[in-house]
Design a protein around this ligand. Structure first.
Ligand SMILES: C[S@@+](CC[C@H](N)C(=O)[O-])C[C@H]1O[C@@H](n2cnc3c(N)ncnc32)[C@H](O)[C@@H]1O
Length: 709
């Protein structure tokens, strides 16, 4: 198996734009006969005919009210919400998906319409715009790019400042793409891919196999592999015309699977699972998208600032950015930055968080209301918890739970940095809920998953997810979803909702889990997520039938939405948990139901330390760190008194004593943990004694030096 390859240089990513979803890029090698590419993509504020200078491009913003009445502009809204019904067996529908997305850039009309479509959350009678931003005023259709701002000179200056960099970037990107497309077309024309020909794929492979020494360990020829993949896809898309005589579709599919594994570096098990999700051409687009990073997105923390103010501050620091899309009032997509975004003063002051665009979606679907009680079951590191807090304007109460103690530290850190004051952090296995506490208005279950939607971030998923994982994870997810349902108060006046989401695209972790919940808990039903884009969940898949309402769930893909692969579903609890139903959590899972009668969950829920005990590092005292802070404070005190801290440093012999003790303590600790591993009790007790002695010696050394000073 070959390694995964980044075949294309990644230009700055196009903006996330739901009006262009569900259509795939046309520009592929196999499309040699499809003529020139679609319309040239318009840059930010660029007019169709003349290409004005950057400063002039801000003009459309002055003409916004006029443009808004343009009926064409309406077509760019999510009137047709970009969904496409799914429910297929990939072998039955191998047709090409070849709509031209145009690359996903916002046109100026779309930008003008950013706010007219801003009310995205309409389920429950609530809207995102009503609660998404502390500082946001009511939606005004005349407002432009930064939806929480007034039309003002300041806005124009901001736009003009940003637009120059943005336009330059888009022009460069366009040139690059055109050059790449030309090369690809020429290459494919040189191969056997002349429209109407039957590409010789399987015949050639047979010959190859006869000739090649099986012991050969030559690296695969990636260019040839790629060509063969595109040829095979073309054949599968028009089988009766292009297939070699006497060859079956199955043979082509199995060749495609082998080539995909070799070219992109997937395990055959996962590659097949992913191939089955899409028609071949779309699968290719998915695999390709996994080779390039998704756009960098930040979420404005509306507890601390306005999006406009944040944008201005970052532009001043040399960041090129624009709103992530009209579907979000708080997201900013970053194209270029001259500063590290995780270390700006605005970041440290909690004005924003680096958060993938897809992560906004479950929270938007949750639509938390002010004053509610919310449970975030698997919350670390807190991207969604802090968004919930912002939407609730720091009112009500969020139980932010995660079973992983070390990840919970990040959760606490983010909660503090972003100023969420309505969150309580807890550390349970979420399957224990609602025994721990119940009666929530809404529950978010952003479940632990295989991560098949985030392969561009973590390529190890390509090979390290095994069949066992795809049995264990759905099992855990099924247990968690029952616990989530049981934790909700069905009589809640404002809520009664459960969001189940994953960053995985497999059916086992998504539709099958929701289907299981519907079966086990007749007191819930699927409802619309309120998200204005996304592809409908499967209502059937490879012979399995799901509830017809499964089409209310939403799937997001890197190749169609330019965001991480994600799944979002929304359930409404309509009645109490039936008396007959066992309590939620660990005990409620019937292994026969889950198809896992003989399978044990191996994934540790709680972290275990070297001694075999539970890791109690959650909020633990770190002596080393404490010593560092104490010494630093001591030096500062000396400096304030006008003394040179270096001159007042520890008395040498005491310092040596302390250092020695420090070393012995460390050695004793290592010996102790090794003894714990080997089960040598006597050695463990001895080492523990030494550790205590050294600790005392070190402290004595330090005390002596302090007294001397
Ligand atoms: C997808 S991540 C959550 C990301 C988080 N919602 C956010 O937006 O930052 C899944 C989390 O589930 C946690 N987890 C795994 N098993 C769990 C369990 N049984 N109970 C509670 N949390 C669990 C993991 O520690 C991990 O932090």
């Amino acid at each position: 198996m070959g390694v995964g390859r980044r075949m294309k240089k990644q230009g700055p990513p196009p903006p996330l734009n739901e009006s262009l979803i569900s259509s795939l890029k046309k520009r592929k090698a196999s499309d040699v006969d499809s003529g020139p590419r679609g319309k040239k993509r318009k840059s930010f504020g660029e007019e169709e005919v003349a290409k004005p200078r950057p400063q002039e491009r801000s003009r459309p913003f002055k003409q916004k009210p006029k443009r808004k009445t343009n009926p064409n502009a309406e077509n760019l809204s999510s009137g047709s919400n970009g969904t496409a019904t799914r429910g297929r067996d990939p072998d039955v529908h191998p047709q090409d998906l070849s709509g031209d997305s145009g690359g996903g850039s916002n046109t100026d009309e779309e930008i003008v319409k950013l706010d007219s479509d801003a009310k995205v959350m309409r389920d429950d009678g609530f809207s995102e715009s009503s609660g998404s931003s502390v500082y946001d005023s009511d939606v005004d259709n005349n407002k432009a790019i930064f939806s929480d701002e007034d039309e003002s000179d300041a806005e124009e200056r901001l736009t003009a400042a940003n637009i120059a960099g943005l336009s330059r970037r888009l022009d460069e990107q366009l040139k690059e793409q055109e050059a790449e497309a030309q090369v690809e077309l020429e290459e494919s024309a040189m191969q056997t891919n002349i429209a109407g020909d039957r590409p010789k794929i399987l015949e050639d492979i047979d010959k190859e196999e006869e000739m090649v020494d099986p012991r050969s360990i030559l690296a695969p020829n990636l260019q040839l592999l790629r060509t063969r993949i595109t040829d095979t896809i073309r054949v599968l898309g028009d089988f009766s015309t292009l297939a070699e005589e006497g060859r079956s579709r199955k043979e082509y599919r199995s060749q495609l699977l082998k080539d995909t594994c070799a070219y992109y570096g997937y395990s055959p098990y996962l590659a097949e699972k992913l191939l089955n999700l899409f028609p071949p051409r779309e699968a290719f687009a998915f695999f390709e998208a996994n080779e390039t990073p998704r756009p960098l997105v930040i979420r404005t923390n509306t507890l601390r600032t306005h999006r406009r103010d944040l944008a201005q501050a970052l532009i001043n620091r040399g960041v090129t950015l624009e709103p992530v899309g009209k579907w979000s009032k708080v997201g900013l997509q970053v194209f270029e930055s001259q500063v590290p975004l995780g270390a700006t003063p605005e970041y440290l002051a909690g004005h924003y968080i680096l958060q993938a665009a897809s992560s906004f979606l479950p929270v938007m679907a949750l639509a938390p209301q002010e004053g509610e009680r919310i449970l975030d079951m698997a919350a670390a590191p807190g991207g969604k918890t802090t968004y919930i807090a912002a939407l609730m304007k720091n009112t009500g109460c969020i139980f932010a739970n995660d079973s992983n103690k070390s990840r919970s530290k990040g959760l606490i850190g983010n909660i503090h940095r972003l100023g969420a004051k309505n969150a309580i952090v807890c550390n349970y296995d979420a399957r224990e809920f609602p025994k721990v506490i119940g009666g929530f208005d809404r529950v978010l279950l952003d479940a632990p998953c295989s991560g098949t939607g985030v392969i561009s971030k973590d390529a190890s998923v390509k090979t390290n997810k095994t069949e066992k994982d795809f049995m264990a994870l759905p099992r855990l997810q099924k247990q968690l979803i029952l616990a989530a349902i049981d934790s909700v108060d069905h009589t809640s006046k404002t809520g009664g909702y459960i969001i189940y989401s994953t960053c995985s695209v497999t059916v086992e972790e998504n539709e099958e889990v929701v289907q299981y919940a519907l079966k086990k808990r007749p007191n819930v039903k699927l409802v619309e997520t309120g998200l204005t884009f996304g592809i409908e969940g499967f209502t059937s898949f490879m012979g399995k039938k799901f509830h017809p309402m499964m089409n209310t769930t939403r799937r997001f893909y890197p190749h169609s939405h330019n965001m991480d692969g994600f799944f979002v579903s929304k359930l409404k609890k309509t009645g109490p948990t039936p008396g007959a139903a066992p309590p939620s959590g660990k005990t409620s899972m019937n292994d026969a139901d889950s198809g896992l009668a003989d399978f044990e969950i191996k994934q540790p829920i709680h972290e275990v330390n070297e001694d075999g005990g539970e890791d109690d590092s959650f909020g633990d005292w770190d002596e080393e760190e404490d010593r560092m802070y104490m010494e630093r404070a001591q030096k500062n005190r000396l400096r304030k008194k006008g003394l040179d801290p270096k001159a007042a440093i520890l008395h040498k012999s005491d310092k040596v004593q302390a250092l020695k003790a420090n070393g012995s303590e460390l050695i004793a600790r290592t010996r102790k943990s090794e003894a714990a591993k080997t089960g040598d009790r006597a050695e463990k007790v001895k080492a523990k004694g030494e550790e205590t002695n050294s600790n005392v010696a070190r402290k004595t050394g330090r005390t002596k030096t302090r007294t001397k000073r």
